[in-house]
Ligand binder design. Structure first.
Ligand code: TEU
Ligand code: CA
Length: 555
């Protein structure tokens, strides 16, 4: 089949984590007016679709992924009128906004849960999963993503409730049609306000295996895949959302899919499935996660990444679609994780941007990656804000790990690495908030050298490399719809692939290492170097982290 042409395949997503983007009112917390003040910056960069992490009413146990009112804007972020101004500001600039919708769970401070926990006969009781304990403990051995049991005993009724994430994030029971109808109303509310779609938080988890048998997988990752994800009614639920609401609007949906493997990917995004437009699969993002998850690090390398990209390209074929990304608010900064943020920060940040923007899939750029922002180095556990990091610190220290050792791991893989305030300039607090304001989380100490103001003044900055590549991609159907063929992913440190469509073709040559690497492309005579991260080099030896995009002629 010929690949279907869609606007959401041609455009590029930019993720804003509002809490850390820009503070406009001096409380040290990013807000909607702060985002509005930066819309021209985003337009200059050339991104199209803004994915806004949750801005709803929330007690912020998980920074907004614990929603207590799906119809209200958290006062910390601003008002509904300001939201409407943001949406208009984007639409006036021919940009789009997708909301982050979290329907796998709500906050425990949502009125539904407050009612549900009151009594076993509450009309809201089966909005959530309540079970009797077993042998004096939880109903089964399921563990939370954030450490500890996935069940919490509620003393009022003596039963346990399920929370695959924090104990303040009780899982919603979509078996209950009333819950599904509540979800349809929420989707319609935001779509009728004019939003352009949704990023659907952990959509792969929304159907539970109701026998709740113990998990006996060797790693937490396998528990996610085989026990929490791809449940018996997941496609029925997504199809119902699509048929009942989503299909009635010209919008896009991207499902976040922990546990979605290549063999089930098309079930979610096949062009004829009537479910989602695309997914964020997490196979490459969970690399390094050991048996006990992200703080139990195991080795991995670029070959693992390249194999995953090929497996997913093959799995999607011309029918499915994924978003291409290397970081977001849940993972370390990509230049620190996949590049070299010490010796070759700028070169490797540019190389990674070329990969994200030349693969087949909708690119998703995480805020700050366009200026090569890096991981942050914490010295004390009190610097962390992330519930996952804080919970696992307690768990690992209880098991005998020193706080010092835990911090060293969290500095590599903790989610707060991605959540430090955007560095707008070299003034105190990086211009995220005023000098005398206290940001909700510390600003990375490298803000004086890594910031937007510096980037905009330097034509050789990572920013302008992104801008040029974004412009290129928009005008190159082969980079959007083209077939992808790997030319070399075996040679150490080399990643060479082609994109081609009808009579247009490109060659991408990447040296993802600190080494000098020989590459054999001399035999490809008819080619023009379109963009590279070093000055016009034509040799057969690639410098460390050298990235080249060639246009092939006479194809
Ligand atoms: O993330 C789910 C998810 O897969 C990651 O959180 C990751 O698996 C986790 O950090 C374990 O390492 C989504 C949101 O993106 C995340 O911010 C929320 O914390 C989570 O769901 C719960 O809503
Ligand atoms: Ca603020």
């Amino acid at each position: 089949m010929a690949i279907e042409r869609k606007w959401w395949k041609e455009q590029v997503i930019y993720q804003i984590y509002p809490r850390s983007f820009k503070d406009s009112n001096g409380d040290g917390i990013g807000d909607i007016n702060g985002i509005i003040s930066k819309l021209d910056y985003l337009k200059l960069l050339g991104v199209d679709i803004i994915w806004l992490s949750p801005i709803y009413q929330s007690p912020n146990d998980d920074n907004g992924y614990d929603i207590s009112d799906y119809y209200a804007i958290h006062p910390e972020f601003g008002t509904m009128e300001e939201f409407d101004m943001l949406l208009k500001g984007l639409h006036d600039r021919n940009m789009k906004l997708i909301m982050d919708i979290v329907v796998n769970h709500s906050s425990d401070e949502h009125k539904w849960f407050e009612e549900s926990r009151k009594s076993k006969v509450s009309p809201y009781r089966d909005y959530y999963f309540w079970r009797e304990g077993k042998d004096g403990g939880p109903p089964n051995n399921w563990q939370s993503f954030f450490g500890g049991s996935a069940w919490e005993l509620d003393k009022t009724t003596g039963e346990y409730y399920l929370h695959i994430f924090s104990k303040k994030q009780p899982d919603l029971n979509l078996e209950n049609e009333k819950v599904r109808n509540e979800i349809f109303k929420i989707l319609e509310f935001w779509l009728d306000k004019g939003v352009d779609g949704f990023r659907m938080d952990v959509v792969s988890l929304i159907s539970k295996r109701l026998d709740f048998v113990d998990a006996n997988q060797p790693t937490f990752g396998k528990v996610v895949e085989e026990v929490y994800s791809n449940g018996p009614r997941v496609h029925e639920y997504i199809k119902e959302m699509y048929d009942t609401v989503l299909s009635k609007y010209d919008i896009m949906t991207v499902g976040e899919g922990p546990g979605i493997t290549t063999d089930v990917g098309l079930d979610y995004v096949g062009h004829d499935r009537g479910e989602l437009n695309m997914i964020f699969h997490l196979d490459h993002m969970f690399l390094g996660f050991g048996p006990k998850g992200r703080f139990d690090q195991v080795p991995y390398n670029w070959n693992d990444v390249k194999n995953i990209f090929k497996d997913w390209y093959d799995a999607m074929g011309d029918s499915g679609w994924v978003s291409i990304f290397l970081d977001n608010h849940d993972f370390a900064r990509m230049v620190s994780r996949f590049g070299n943020d010490k010796l070759f920060r700028i070169e490797s940040a540019k190389l990674l941007s070329m990969l994200v923007l030349t693969m087949r899939g909708t690119p998703c750029i995480f805020q700050g990656s366009e200026i090569g922002m890096t991981n942050v180095r914490a010295e004390d556990i009190s610097e962390y804000r992330d519930v996952e990091t804080i919970n696992f610190h307690k768990e690992f220290v209880t098991e005998g790990m020193s706080t010092f050792d835990f911090i060293n791991i969290a500095n590599i893989t903790g989610r707060d690495n991605a959540r430090t305030p955007i560095q707008w300039n070299d003034s105190p607090n990086g211009g995220f908030c005023d000098a005398d304001d206290e940001p909700w989380i510390g600003v990375n100490s490298n803000y004086e050298s890594i910031n937007v103001k510096q980037a905009l003044s330097d034509r050789g900055s990572v920013f302008y490399f992104y801008k040029e590549l974004l412009h290129l991609r928009k005008n190159a159907p082969a980079l959007i719809y083209g077939n992808w063929e790997v030319i070399d992913q075996e040679s150490d440190n080399l990643y060479v692939y082609k994109r081609y469509l009808e009579n247009e073709a490109y060659l991408v040559v990447l040296n993802h290492s600190d080494e000098h690497v020989a590459v054999d492309i001399e035999h490809i005579k008819a080619k023009i170097l379109v963009i590279s991260n070093y000055d016009n080099r034509m040799t057969q030896v690639l410098l460390p982290w050298e990235a080249r995009l060639y246009k092939l002629l006479n194809v």
